[in-house]
Design a binder for this molecule. Structure first.
Ligand code: NAD
Ligand code: DAU
Length: 341
């Protein structure tokens, strides 16, 4: 029988990549996407998907119980994969409220709908940020699924709350949930407020590249398609009630990433500008992916060098996509964030 999956937040960065991954990997699936189209949601990301008869887009807010209930009543979902979130740490420092609404309340609305309609699988796209950070001088330490949750920013606290709520629904109500906690993604459709696309766009416009603090904070980068592959494997074969860490052992300092961007674009390092650090800035993220490798056979297919070349090429080929974003509402936010920094 044809399966129907609900992808929330499918007009954003990872969600849109996941829509394409699913349509290609499971051509027999019906894919429904609900997205509020916030500043980060862009229908342009779904232009190709819209041409596929197996795809339906619904503009809606996951915190709106009536709207979510109506959708669940209309469609019989076999699985729900929740990407919808406010996702930018700097914005959460500016205004935490909307993070609590979408990330926590929105998750609870979806979980309740799954209970009510007996959905066979709910997957929560969580983040490695729920573990807080690791010290820079202990390269031997990694986040495992047993590392205690210990958050730093309003964003990570809201994601941790949602993540724990999912596990609580599993234990209390038997809701069939799985949770993935992935490291930093990069690739096509990445909104140009995040490190890699922001640096690519600024470098191409010969604008300064704002590096927070001393640039020595470390992130563990994963090409977005490898994250999509991991989520698909968890939804198809993961054990309910389980958490899976996702990451490819690819740690880089921010300054190293920024210099990689400049090298690929043949732009000078003189564009680098050190600016005031992010409050509460997490020092290092590093995922131990042993569980998902051993249990599900997942492994990353795209290395950092190859992934960065592909990403830079995508931003060069799709200049109109990010220029339209930068010239719009995003610009006001950018001014607020960096004007007096
Ligand atoms: P994004 O900001 O690019 O996209 C979020 C999408 O959610 C947007 O399309 C937005 O319109 C939509 N949305 C926001 N509020 C909504 C609401 N109330 N109702 C319906 N839709 C709403 O985010 P992303 O980087 O693609 O991240 C997707 C998910 O993956 C998030 O849950 C994030 O926490 C998680 N995650 C991200 C990363 C990363 O590196 N980007 C890593 C690990 C986990
Ligand atoms: O680890 C997963 C998380 O990765 C996801 O859960 C989040 O949704 C996602 O936004 C990302 O969070 P980060 O805070 O790590 O990503 P960001 O791209 O904002 O920043 C990456 C690093 O680069 C971080 O150390 C801060 C730094 N930075 C960022 C920006 C935007 C700069 O130095 N300058 C900048 O202008």
């Amino acid at each position: 029988m044809k399966k129907t999956v609900l992808i929330t937040g499918g007009a954003g960065f990872i969600g849109s990549n996941y829509v394409y991954y699913t349509l290609e990997k499971h051509p027999d699936y019906r894919v429904v996407c609900i997205d509020k189209l916030t500043y980060a949601g862009n229908l342009e990301n779904l232009e190709q998907a819209m041409k596929n008869d197996n795809f339906r887009f619904v503009k809606g807010d996951i915190t709106d119980r009536e709207c979510v209930d109506r959708l669940f009543a209309e469609e019989k979902f076999d699985a729900v994969i929740n990407f919808a979130a406010e996702s930018h740490v700097d914005r959460s420092i500016e205004n935490p409220q909307v993070f609590l609404m979408t990330n926590v309340v929105g998750t609870s609305v979806l979980l309740d709908a799954c209970r009510r309609y007996g959905t066979a699988r709910y997957h929560q796209v969580s983040t490695d940020e729920v573990y807080g950070d690791l010290p820079l001088d202990r390269p031997d330490l990694f986040f495992t699924e047993d590392t205690p949750v210990h958050t730093s920013s309003p964003y990570s606290a809201s994601k941790a709350s949602a993540d724990l709520l999912c596990l609580a629904y599993y234990r209390t109500f038997g809701t069939p949930v799985t949770v993935s906690r992935c490291s930093n993604n990069y690739g096509p459709y990445h909104f140009p407020e995040k490190l890699i696309p922001l640096m690519i766009a600024n470098a191409l416009n010969d604008k300064p590249l704002p590096v927070y603090g001393n640039g020595l904070n470390v992130r563990d980068w994963l090409y977005v398609k490898d994250h999509c592959k991991a989520i698909d494997m968890i939804v198809e074969h993961g054990k309910i009630g389980e958490v899976y860490n996702v990451g490819g052992h690819n740690e880089r300092t921010n300054i190293d990433v920024v210099k990689t961007v400049l090298r690929l674009l043949e732009k000078p390092e003189s564009l680098i500008t050190y600016v005031t650090d992010r409050p509460g800035h997490d020092r290092r993220y590093a995922i131990d992916p042993t569980k998902i490798k051993n249990e599900l056979g997942w492994y990353p297919e795209t290395g950092f060098d190859d992934g960065m070349k592909k990403t830079v090429a995508w931003y060069l080929e799709n200049r109109g996509w990010w220029e339209r974003i930068i010239s719009g509402q995003y610009q006001e936010y950018y001014e607020r964030m960096y004007a007096n920094r």
